[in-house]
Design a binder for this molecule. Structure first.
Ligand SMILES: [Zn+2]
Length: 323
C-alpha cells in the first residue's frame, strides 16, 4: 500500500480507513495509552497488514498491542480479528459472550457471510477468517472493564443491530466506540444541518425495540462523541440521536407494512422501499447530491438493510406461528 490512511483524533485515538469497498465506508480505531495499544474493530483480514504498518508509523509494533476488541462479529468489524491476533502475540481478544464462539470457530461466520455476500465477493472482500485460540479470548459481559495501561475502557452490551453487539466507553474522551449501534453516517452526506445518520438493519438479528433501548443506554452516559465504524467521529450525539431513533422505527415500520404481502419478491420490494426512505431522509436533512449519487453511496447498505428486514419478518412469522 502506497499510503496509510489514518487520522489522529486526539486523546490517543486514531481513526483508520480499512479499505473495504471504497474510502470513507468502513473504519476501525487504534487507542493508545503510553506505549500500549487497543484496537476497536479491525476491518477485514486484508486490513491487518495496514494496521501493522500504522503501528510502525507511530513508532510501535505488534508487541505493543494489549487488546483487540471487535464491537460485534460482522465481518467489516471483526473479519480481521483472527489474523490481527495471530500477528500480535501479546494481545487478548475481548468479545461479547454471544460473539466470542464465532471468532474462536469462524466456520459458521464464513458460511453466513458467504450466504449474504456470495462466495466470490466474500473471498475478494473479506479473505480468510483466522480462528482465535480460545485461551486468548476474554468474554466481556455488560460493564466489563478493560485496563489499557490505566485507561478504563468499558464494554457495554448493546443488542439491537445484532444480538451480540457491544459498544466501548472510553472514559478519557467521554466517547463511545459504537460499531453499528449509533448508526451509519457517511461524511459525503453531511450538510449544514450536520451529519446524516441512518440505521443498518443488516442480517440476521435486527431487533428494533432492543436497539432503541441500547441507544438510550449509550445516551445515559452523556457522551461527547461517538466513534462510528461507518464512518469516523461524530460529536454532539444528543443532536443526532433523534434521527437515529427515527431511522430504526421507520425501517421497522416499512418492513411491517410489507409483512402481509406476497413473500416471493418481498425482499425486492423492501429494497425499493428502503432506498426510497433513505433518499427521502437524506433530502429532508438537506442533502443536495444527485439522487443517483445518493443511491450509489447507499447501495450496499440498501441491499443489506432489505435482506436484514426480510430475515426479521421471517423470524416474526415463525414466532407468530409458534405462539
Ligand atoms: Zn454490523
Amino acid at each position: 500500500m502506497a499510503e496509510l490512511h489514518y487520522t489522529d483524533l486526539g486523546d490517543g485515538i486514531y481513526c483508520i480507513e480499512t479499505g473495504l469497498y471504497r474510502h470513507g465506508l468502513a473504519a476501525c480505531y487504534l487507542v493508545r495509552e503510553g506505549d500500549r495499544v487497543a484496537f476497536v474493530d479491525t476491518g477485514t483480514t486484508h486490513t491487518v497488514p495496514w494496521l501493522l504498518e500504522i503501528l510502525a508509523d507511530l513508532g510501535l509494533g505488534a508487541g505493543n498491542v494489549d487488546y483487540v476488541i471487535p464491537t460485534h462479529v460482522h465481518l467489516d468489524h471483526a473479519g480481521g480479528a483472527g489474523e490481527l491476533m495471530r500477528r500480535c502475540p501479546k494481545a487478548t481478544l475481548i468479545a461479547h459472550p454471544k460473539g466470542a464462539p464465532h471468532l474462536i470457530e469462524p466456520s459458521r461466520l464464513a458460511a453466513g457471510a458467504t450466504e449474504v455476500y456470495g462466495p466470490a465477493a466474500f473471498a475478494k472482500d473479506f479473505g480468510e477468517l483466522v480462528p482465535v485460540p480460545a485461551e486468548r479470548v476474554v468474554i466481556a459481559e455488560d460493564g466489563h472493564v478493560v485496563d489499557l495501561a490505566g485507561r478504563r475502557l468499558v464494554f457495554v452490551d448493546t443488542p439491537g443491530h445484532a444480538n451480540h453487539h457491544g459498544c466501548v466507553w472510553d472514559e478519557r474522551s467521554r466517547g463511545f466506540f459504537t460499531g453499528d449501534t449509533f448508526g451509519i453516517s457517511y461524511r459525503e452526506l453531511d450538510t449544514a444541518a450536520g451529519p446524516f445518520l441512518f440505521a443498518p438493519t443488516t442480517p440476521v438479528a435486527f431487533d428494533p425495540e432492543a436497539w432503541l433501548a441500547s441507544v438510550d443506554k449509550l445516551m445515559a452516559r452523556a457522551p461527547r462523541a461517538m466513534y462510528l465504524t461507518h464512518y469516523c467521529r461524530v460529536t454532539a450525539p444528543e443532536t443526532l440521536v433523534g434521527d437515529l431513533r427515527h431511522s430504526i422505527r421507520a425501517l421497522a415500520d416499512l418492513a411491517v407494512a410489507e409483512e402481509s404481502g406476497p413473500s416471493d419478491d418481498r425482499e425486492q420490494r423492501l429494497r425499493t422501499a428502503v432506498g426510497n426512505l433513505l433518499v427521502a431522509d437524506a433530502r429532508r436533512h438537506g442533502c443536495r447530491l444527485d439522487e443517483a449519487e445518493i443511491r450509489a453511496l447507499l447501495a450496499v447498505d440498501t441491499a443489506l438493510n432489505a435482506q436484514g428486514l426480510e430475515v426479521w419478518l421471517r423470524r416474526r412469522a415463525r414466532r407468530g406461528a409458534a405462539a
